[in-house]
Ligand binder design. Structure first.
Ligand code: AP5
Ligand code: MG
Length: 217
């Protein structure tokens, strides 16, 4: 099974992809995570991507399409992918359609996790992540069971993303509405778009997503 999670910054794509991947044997493919890893490596591409990400704009189609194209050829992709944050433009969606066809894979559906803009600043400015294993948390909505300690690996150092500030969030929301929202009709036209209400609690959103995935197996 291969599916795309669509939704605004802070909409819960990463949170839900991580919760679904083990149960369904799928691999989360987050272009945001891949670009942050490239930035941390200090490569030329990574440095250029970091400047664009910190400004809340989209990295070039050419770069992200090449990253996904290469990643899809790795052996762990045989069971399927949860695309998280890709595609984000019509050009990326068309490139994904073409590369899936070329690789003999099928995109089963795209799910919009719908969250209105007025939820987003609180979601994003409260987010933090384990510095060791990358598990995601929120100051109000998803606190570690023991304060200051990661539930998954026990580490005590947490990190925040440089683009998680109010100014950049507003730029990212603008980019979402202008460049990514047009993908909704792209998938709807072919009957591949599903909708989940992303304002529910994290566990309720997971239950709805699982019901959707189960109904197509
Ligand atoms: P990316 O990393 O993809 O960021 P994003 O799309 O802005 O999305 P986020 O990761 O911020 O949000 P999310 O939906 O994963 O929410 P999360 O689950 O963490 O991209 C970053 C940048 O990289 C882009 O701006 C761009 O520059 C570049 N980039 C990436 N892909 C690209 C592409 N394809 N093309 C071009 N450029 C690209 O949840 C957020 C918080 O809310 C967490 O703290 C979580 O605990 C909490 N939360 C989650 N769900 C709920 C809930 N239901 N109720 C309450 N709290 C919740
Ligand atoms: Mg994310």
């Amino acid at each position: 099974m291969n599916l795309v999670l669509l939704g605004p910054p802070g909409g819960g794509k990463g949170t839900q992809a991580k919760r679904l991947q083990d149960k369904y044997g799928l691999v989360q493919l987050s272009t945001g995570d891949m670009l942050r890893a490239a930035a941390a490596s200090g490569s030329d591409v990574g440095k250029r991507a970091k400047a664009v990400m910190d400004a809340g704009q989209l990295v070039s189609d050419e770069i992200v399409i090449a990253i996904i194209d290469e990643r899809l050829d790795q052996p762990d992709m045989a069971s399927g992918a949860i695309f998280d944050g890709f595609p984000r433009t019509l050009a990326q969606a068309e490139a994904l359609d073409a590369m899936m066809a070329r690789k003999g894979k099928k995109l089963d559906f795209a799910i919009e996790i719908r969250v209105p803009d007025d939820y987003i600043v609180e979601r994003i400015t409260g987010r933090f992540t384990c510095g060791k294993c990358g598990a995601g948390y929120h100051e109000k909505f998803q606190q570690p069971k023991v304060a200051g300690q990661c539930d998954s690996c026990g580490a005590t150092a947490f990190v925040r993303r440089p683009d998680d500030n109010v100014e950049t969030v507003n730029k990212r929301l603008e980019a979402y509405h202008a460049q990514t929202a047009p993908l909704l009709p792209h998938y709807d036209k072919r009957g591949a778009l599903k909708l989940v209400d992303g304002t529910m609690d994290i566990a309720d959103v997971t239950r709805e997503l699982e019901a959707l995935l189960d109904s197509t197996r």
